[in-house]
Design a protein. Structure first.
Ligand code: ATR
Length: 284
C-alpha cells in the first residue's frame, strides 16, 4: 500500500463530481496527508481501472454514473445493503488485497433527514407513511433506508407504475406499495414524510407539479435535488409551514463511511463543509 493514502471517484463523465471538493475539505481540515482525485473512467475501462486501484495500493474509490451497477460483478465482496439497492458507490481495498463494496446512499438519505429533523426521525414520523416520488436508483436507496429505519408504510409514486411496483419488494417489514403518478397529491394524505427522488425541480428540468394540500402540516419534506438548494417543492412546503430538508446533506453524509475507511477519521458534516461543497458546485 502506498505511504500516502489515496482514494478518488470513478465516473464518466466525472468532472462535475463534487466528491473531490468534499473529501479535499475533510483532508485539509483533519490535517491528513492524503489525496482524493477525480478519475475519468469509460464504461469499458472499469475492469482495468479497478485492477490498477489494487496494484497501486489505493485505499479505495467512490463510483458514480455509469459504474454503480456494473462494478458489482467486478469486486470481491458486496454487502447486503448494496445488494438490496442493486448498486455500489463505495469500494474499500482490504488488507488482504480484496476489494469490498457497499452503498452508502440509504445511510446518507436517512442521516441527512435525521440531522435536520431529529425528533421526526426518532419519533418514526409519528407512525405515519413515507411517500417517495420516483423509482430510480435514488428511490431504491430511499426505500431501503426508510424500511431499515422502521417506517410503517412506504408509498412509491412514479410516472411509470411498473418501475414503482418493481421496488415494493425492497420494503422489508414496511407496508410498501406502488401508487400511480396521477394519484400523487392524494397519496400525501396522512403522510409523515415526503421525499422527492425524481429529477423534477433540478436546474434545467421541468418543475415538480404536485399539490400539497393533503399533506399534514408537520410532515417533513425532503428533496434530494441540490441544484438549486431550495427547489420549488421545498419553497412550497416551507411556505405552508412544513419542515424542509434540502438534498445537499445526503451527498455529504453518504461520503462519511468512505472517508472513515480510507483515511481513518470519522468526519463531521457541518456548515463549513456545506459552504465548501456549494462553492465547488457553483464553479462546476
Ligand atoms: P436515478 O437513478 O438517479 O434516481 P433515474 O433512474 O433516471 O434516476 O430516475 C429518474 C426518476 O425521475 C424516475 O422515477 C422518473 O420516472 P420514470 O420512471 O417514469 O422515468 C422520474 N422522472 C423524470 N422525468 C419525469 C417527468 N417529466 N415526470 C415524472 N417523473 C419523471
Amino acid at each position: 500500500m502506498s505511504a500516502v493514502p489515496k482514494a478518488g471517484v470513478m465516473g464518466w463523465p466525472v468532472k462535475h463530481s463534487l466528491s473531490p471538493a468534499l473529501h479535499g475539505h475533510w483532508l485539509k481540515r483533519y490535517g491528513i496527508d492524503g489525496t482524493y482525485e477525480a478519475w475519468p473512467v469509460r464504461p469499458e475501462e472499469l475492469p482495468d481501472a479497478l485492477r490498477r486501484l489494487r496494484d497501486e495500493g489505493c485505499r479505495g474509490t467512490n463510483l458514480t454514473v455509469p459504474h454503480k451497477e456494473t462494478a458489482m460483478a467486478l469486486v470481491d465482496a458486496v454487502d447486503e445493503t448494496a445488494r438490496r439497492i442493486g448498486a455500489v458507490n463505495t469500494l474499500v481495498l482490504r488488507d488482504d488485497g480484496t476489494l469490498a463494496a457497499t452503498n452508502t446512499d440509504a445511510y446518507g438519505l436517512v442521516e441527512n433527514i435525521r440531522a435536520a429533523a431529529p425528533d421526526a426521525v426518532s419519533g418514526n414520523f409519528g407512525g405515519r407513511a413515507a411517500v417517495i416520488l420516483g423509482a430510480g436508483g435514488a428511490a431504491r436507496a430511499a426505500v431501503v433506508g426508510l424500511a431499515d429505519l422502521g417506517v410503517r408504510e412506504i408509498r412509491i409514486v412514479n410516472r411509470t407504475l411498473e418501475r414503482a411496483q418493481a421496488l415494493t419488494g425492497l420494503g422489508g417489514d414496511s407496508d410498501t406499495h406502488a401508487v400511480d403518478w396521477d394519484e400523487r397529491a392524494t397519496a400525501l394524505s396522512d403522510a409523515g414524510l415526503l421525499v422527492n427522488t425524481t429529477t423534477l425541480g433540478m436546474d434545467g428540468q421541468p418543475t415538480l407539479d404536485i399539490g400539497l394540500s393533503e399533506l399534514p402540516g408537520d410532515a417533513v419534506v425532503n428533496d434530494i435535488v441540490y441544484a438549486p438548494l431550495e427547489t420549488p417543492l421545498l419553497a412550497a412546503a416551507r411556505a405552508r409551514g412544513n419542515p424542509v430538508v434540502d438534498g445537499l446533506g445526503m451527498l455529504l453524509h453518504q461520503a462519511r463511511a468512505g472517508f472513515r475507511a480510507w483515511f481513518g477519521v470519522d468526519p463531521q458534516v457541518d456548515d463549513e463543509l456545506r459552504a465548501a461543497v456549494l462553492a465547488a458546485r457553483d464553479q462546476a
